[in-house]
Design a binder for this molecule. Structure first.
Ligand code: 3PG
Length: 213
């Protein structure tokens, strides 16, 4: 396991849930991060799905040093370079391509690539990626899929994301090949639009104490 994989272990071991964040307004970044961090969620995935995502990452890297801010939805080498410049500590991708593999080799930033099948997981592992995002997790088969992958591929570790909720997260966390789960339920669109930091904080508090079941 190389040093970037060890960095991912350290980051993804900081808590049971990594919130998937979509930030439209940079002004929302700090109150959102405070609601999460102050309630026990330190690792944040800011997706590159909005024009302001890079600015939000840069703002958080500066203003909320207790947060470990990563970039999500990184699908190209150009984006990988841009999020590193913005101050992201890690990157997450929904998949893995030859271009992204090559770019990841040339950067110090750890990448958590998405996989959905055994072959994709094996290809990722062949290229040095043993910490993976199972995406979309529920659609890929959820808990049953992860149990099935553990037999032949026990060295791989996953952060399942997509369809994970407060109600099923503990089942995922109980699996030996799951490090943490990802999900948008802590800060969904409706709560972001209404800037309901109190409710996001409550969801963060509840998520921070989720344990394997
Ligand atoms: C992701 O972007 O990783 C997923 O879309 C999050 O999925 P969820 O909205 O089902 O949590």
């Amino acid at each position: 396991m190389d040093s970037k994989e060890m960095m991912l272990d350290g980051i993804l071991g900081l808590g049971p849930v990594m919130p998937v964040l979509v930030i439209e307004n940079v002004a929302d970044a700090v109150p959102l991060a405070r609601a999460l961090v102050d309630n026990g969620i330190r690792v944040l995935e800011v997706t590159l799905r909005t024009p302001n995502a890079l600015a939000a990452i840069a703002c958080l890297a500066e203003a909320v040093p207790e947060a470990v801010v990563g970039a999500g939805t990184v699908v190209s080498p150009e984006q990988l370079a841009a999020v590193e410049r913005a101050g992201a500590r890690f990157a997450v991708s929904p998949g893995l391509t030859p271009r992204l593999i090559a770019a990841a080799r040339d950067t110090a930033l750890p990448l958590l690539p998405g996989v959905m099948t055994a072959s994709e997981a094996m290809t990722a592992a062949e290229n040095g990626f043993t910490r993976l995002k199972l995406f979309p997790a529920q659609q890929a088969g959820g808990v049953g899929m992860l149990k099935a992958l553990y037999g032949p591929l026990p060295e791989l570790r996953f952060c399942p994301t997509g369809g994970v909720t407060v109600d099923n997260a503990c089942e995922f966390l109980a699996l030996p090949n799951v490090m943490c789960v990802g999900g948008s339920w802590l800060a969904p669109d409706a709560l972001m639009r209404s800037r309901d930091w109190a409710e996001i904080g409550r969801r963060a508090r509840a998520a921070s104490v989720l344990r394997p079941r």
